[in-house]
Design a protein. Structure first.
Length: 248
């Protein structure tokens, strides 16, 4: 059982601190997106204990959201969200909605629709090859107006460190899940330099990405969404404290 690979089959699968959906603080810690891999170390009838393959984040995931029978992913969703259709037509019944960061296995890439390994279809322009790269700030901007969800990591709902982690991943940069670890590991110190687009600004328990020299994009519980605000306003809301500024 140790080291068994399981693939996520739900649009998003909660990664919990404890195997208890009802415990307020046995809480949602992070999230695995469709197609991502969970490495299981222990198994019960309903839960798997292990860690997320992409960042090592440990916790419990419900088995109903996972499978051991899968093909390796080939593409990633790079639109904020996209629908999975039964047929290659926008008039076809929708089987599932996936968010930015979901990973799929494409069997045939058509001019308008991609056919997935299970025979369903996704609008081709909403996908990129897993090996492709893009500017991480531009990737983060695609998630503007995404609802704030504690522990969220994708286009269906996201938190502040999830936004930074998944945006950096599109640039081929691996980042830890939580803000405290991120600010030690990501980029180089830019505290004493003039602000610029792409600077990652850390506050106590919070983080965002500068879109220019004055404004920051961040997923936040104040507005319960991802939005752009003046850095000065966000800093004031954090009692004037900036703990780190990192530059890639």
């Amino acid at each position: 059982m140790t080291g068994a690979r399981w693939k996520v089959t739900a649009p998003a699968a909660p990664v919990r601190e404890q195997p208890d959906n009802e415990a307020l603080r046995g809480k949602l810690e992070s999230q695995l997106l469709f197609g991502e891999i969970f490495i299981a170390e222990e198994e019960t009838a309903e839960w798997l204990k292990g860690h997320c393959a992409h960042d090592g984040y440990a916790g419990y995931v419900e088995k109903k959201n996972l499978t051991q029978e899968f093909a390796e992913a080939t593409h990633i969703v790079t639109a904020q969200r996209t629908d999975v259709y039964r047929d290659d037509s926008i008039k076809s019944p929708i089987r599932m909605t996936l968010g930015f960061g979901a990973q799929v296995t494409v069997k045939d890439m058509g001019e308008k629709f991609a056919t997935l390994d299970d025979g369903t279809h996704i609008y081709a322009a909403h996908l990129s090859s897993l090996s492709s790269r893009e500017d991480f700030t531009a990737a983060a901007e695609k998630l503007a107006e995404t609802p704030y969800v504690w522990g969220g990591r994708g286009g269906l709902g996201i938190d502040c460190s999830g936004l930074v982690q998944i945006a950096l991943a599109r640039a081929g940069i691996n980042a830890p899940r939580d803000t405290e670890e991120q600010e030690k590991a990501v980029g180089q110190d830019a505290t004493d330099k003039p602000r610029q687009r792409g600077d990652i600004v850390y506050f106590p328990g919070h983080v965002g990405i500068m879109v220019d020299d004055k404004n920051i994009l961040h997923a936040n519980a104040t507005h319960m969404k991802t939005c752009v605000e003046p850095l000065d306003i966000v800093t004031k809301r954090s009692d004037g404290i900036i703990t780190a500024i990192r530059r890639i």
